[in-house]
Design a protein. Sequence first.
Length: 525
Amino acid sequence: MAYFVLPGKGKRVYRLAIARRIVDGTARRDRSPAGLARRRTRVLRRAMRPSRRLQIGLGPWLRAVPARLPDPALTGALARLSPHVRAAYVLRHVEGLPRYAVRDQLIELGVRDPWPVIAAADAVEVPAARRPERFDPALMRPVRNRSVLPLATAAVLTTVLVGALVMTETDGSLAGGSRPARGRALQVVSADPGAWSRGGRTLDAWPARGDLAADHAFTRRAADAWAAVTGGRRARGGAAQLVYAGRAAGVPVAILRNGDRLARYTPGRSLDVVTAGGDPSAPIALGGGRYLLAPWDRRAETLTGKAVDVRDGVTAPALARTPCGRGPVLRLKGPDGRRTVGDLGGPRAAVLTYHSPAYRPPVTEPAAPTALGPKGLALWERLSCLTGPVPGPVTEAMAWEFWSGDLPHGGAAAGWVCTRLTSPAGATTRATLIGARDAKSAEDGSVRAAAVQYPTGACDDRRPVSGTWWQAPTGRWYYLAAAARGLTPRAEGPFRTSGTDDRLFVATPADPASRPGAAVSLTAR
């Protein structure tokens, strides 16, 4: 497990030696299920972000490496994944753990929203290995490691000498002076509490909030942790803006910002540095359903209109009502009116918008987002669990239900949706046919309604049109296509008959008993 989760760099022999050293370093006498679970967490945490110290004195583990090394096919594919997705893949598809167990393990590793990580791991396609990846324990040689007492004694003596030199160079002060390490430290800065009311509404104007904002020792540790991970000189201006330092669900948390990056610091856990996005009003997720609001947001409400308690800019817990834990969470009232924000798995909540089938794109700039109505809420609660991983945080999410009606040949009511997810990396569009169909229960033969979603490719969010092969309840195949109001879908393909009714194109293939494999050309006029 440690071997596959390690970053895919360097030679396999070193990778295997480091993996075994990690496992040896977590050995405990506690063989109970709880003890083994704690050991697995330690192994995964060290393998996801291995310390460079593991490469020092690696000789005993290199000498114990077996002659036969694992096939590189899987490790090469996993190397392109983020550490958390790599760990989820190994837990699911190498260790064979169920999804709920993988979810619990990812939460132990500090993943705030594990379901998108699991979905990304399940979507990974890896080439087949030329030979089995598992190792036979009989082939693993024992590690003959020398005593560490001489090395430890030398390290202690070196530390004493270096400490004496530091005290001499800094006139006896360990905290100040001209210590070289200070040159790479990040300076912690904060905005004036009233800056947002006097100037523009930007991220630079967010004041530092939270009951630990005045705890300089805590915020200093957070900045030092960020500098240790990224290097203080990489930060713009060598400073980090403190936007929050407090206890979220009883756990101390610090949120620092520099440019378009956010760092989340929790003592005893790994530091998370993510892209913040450019939306100055997007709430920041603190964990446990709590959000840090922009200082100019005046009110927060539940999706049913009830006021949400907000203290020092932090909301009471507000969770999505969906099975996957993603979706609309809050209605906010700010200077530009009301808007609905949702949790789509990123570090900040995204503004959600909805357009009905009667919507027509404006000729000029679109109006500011407004709060979702009942139809928009219902659609986004359904779509949120269908949206796949997006590169970077989602700052805005639009869903346009450009067609709705009854599907032909016994099909139920359905809607065709064009979704646009905007992130700093750009916009991603997807079209989805959402509806219901009749399905027979295998136990009693009764008929029940089963929800169905057909991903139908990308879409133009200004002139949406999409099509797909669809199987009717009768078992026969048809090609369906629909377009937004004012457009007519047109398709060319292996059709025997075709026709359009109320912007829904329906075509019958030459052999309706099987799904055709020929390509279809789709346009709209």
